[in-house]
Ligand binder design. Structure first.
Ligand code: ZN
Length: 182
């Protein structure tokens, strides 16, 4: 099992226990190189369930599609490739922990949103703003390729309106010349 911190392959198990139904092993691991500790949840049979598409079709789970969505959302963000990998691995483990034969693609997308929210707020906003419309990671990725989000837009339009408002200093949100965020 690869160390999520330094990618060393040779990590050792320091604690191991089964869940109640006996199909998932929770392993506490330690990396001898960087001393990083992490937990893995391993199904006895490490298979991903089939993915139920929005239109009802079933298809094999494709890690690259999820990875692609995460990668696109994190473009130019201070998120390392390793953390993205970790994020997807975490989502997969969680899906596996449900022990289902099939999982809606929508559920996977929601998990991606939850993980991105924890990891990087901008990436989360990029993903969720487009994803909410499509409910499908694949379509989301296609959409992002057409129009990159957050590239052209000014970074902080909300914080400068009080001073730069073309309507003068007595705008609806800035009475008495006070800056709301000051
Ligand atoms: Zn390590």
């Amino acid at each position: 099992m690869r160390c999520p911190y330094c990618s060393t392959l040779d990590t050792k198990v320091i604690d191991s226990r089964m869940n109640q139904t006996g199909d998932i092993t929770r392993r506490r691991r330690e990396c001898p190189k960087c001393e990083g500790r992490f937990t893995t949840y391993e199904r006895v049979e490490e298979v991903m369930p089939m993915v139920i598409k929005k239109d009802g079709r079933r298809e094999n789970y494709d890690r690259e599609k999820v990875m692609d969505g995460v990668r696109k959302s994190c473009q130019k963000r201070p998120v390392t490739a390793q953390r993205m990998e970790e994020c997807v691995a975490k989502i997969e483990k969680r899906i596996q922990s449900y022990g289902l034969k099939e999982v809606p693609s929508k559920t996977i997308g929601q998990m991606v949103m939850a993980e991105l929210h924890r990891m990087d707020k901008v990436a989360y906003i990029r993903f969720s703003s487009v994803y909410r419309e499509f409910h499908d990671v694949e379509e989301f990725v296609a959409e992002l390729q057409v129009q990159p989000i957050g590239e052209e837009a000014p970074e902080t339009p909300l914080f400068s309106f009080a001073e730069e408002s073309p309507n003068g200093p007595s705008g609806p949100n800035g009475p008495n010349g006070k800056t709301p965020n000051a």
